[in-house]
Design a protein around this ligand. Structure first.
Ligand code: GRF
Length: 186
């Protein structure tokens, strides 16, 4: 049977993209990597895995809806039916949301609704909480507000630094995201 075709959207290092690609029994094919940062290291990873890329620079477009129209065109040409956001540092607008309703998920490094937005790990660290975690959720028009699909807590240790906490959170992300993706593909 033909596998579902998915796109990963990323802006940075791409460690979650790599974790998805390294899952042996992934029930979909990552057929496209979309990146809004020319030069981001995730692009080298895509090349290594032989995943085609679509790179865009938002500054070359007049508006979000303009670049999202281009994105939707590219996604449809590539027969993409699901989108996995993995460190994509842009708010998804109505053009993309409407085209992929209930088919866009995101991974966020906190137990939402706690610590939404940027630098969730730094926010949790500063707040001095004893637990934080990871959330996978559907995307809606808000920032990190869509329906939650899965969560896993991560303890904050007394001797943690932001860096050691981030390392442990990312280990959970890399295990959890591919599992949740497989659950959704069934
Ligand atoms: C991850 O921590 C993810 O939760 C957040 O952005 C980070 C991306 O890291 N949304 P990477 O690019 O996958 O290494």
């Amino acid at each position: 049977m033909k596998k579902i075709r998915a796109a990963v959207f990323a802006s940075g290092a791409g460690s979650n993209f790599q974790a998805i690609m390294e899952k042996n029994d992934l029930l979909c094919e990552v057929a496209l990597l979309v990146c809004d940062k020319p030069g981001a290291s995730v692009l080298e990873k895509a090349e290594k895995f032989g995943v085609p890329t679509f790179v865009f620079d938002s500054e070359e477009y007049a508006s979000k809806s303009d670049y999202e129209k281009d994105l939707v065109r590219k996604l449809q040409q590539s027969d993409i039916s699901w989108i996995f956001l993995a460190g994509y540092m842009r708010i998804v607008g109505p053009t993309l949301l409407r085209a992929y309703k209930n088919r866009i998920i995101n991974i966020h490094p906190s137990m939402l609704p706690e610590f939404p937005g940027k630098d969730a790990i730094g926010q949790a660290f500063k707040a001095g909480v004893s637990d934080t975690g990871v959330t996978v959720h559907f995307i809606d028009e808000g920032i990190d507000t869509g329906p939650i699909i899965a969560q896993e807590p991560v303890e904050v240790f007394k001797d943690d630094t932001v860096e050691t906490l981030k390392e442990r959170i990312q280990l959970v992300e890399h295990r959890l995201y591919p599992i949740v993706i497989n659950r959704l593909m069934k």
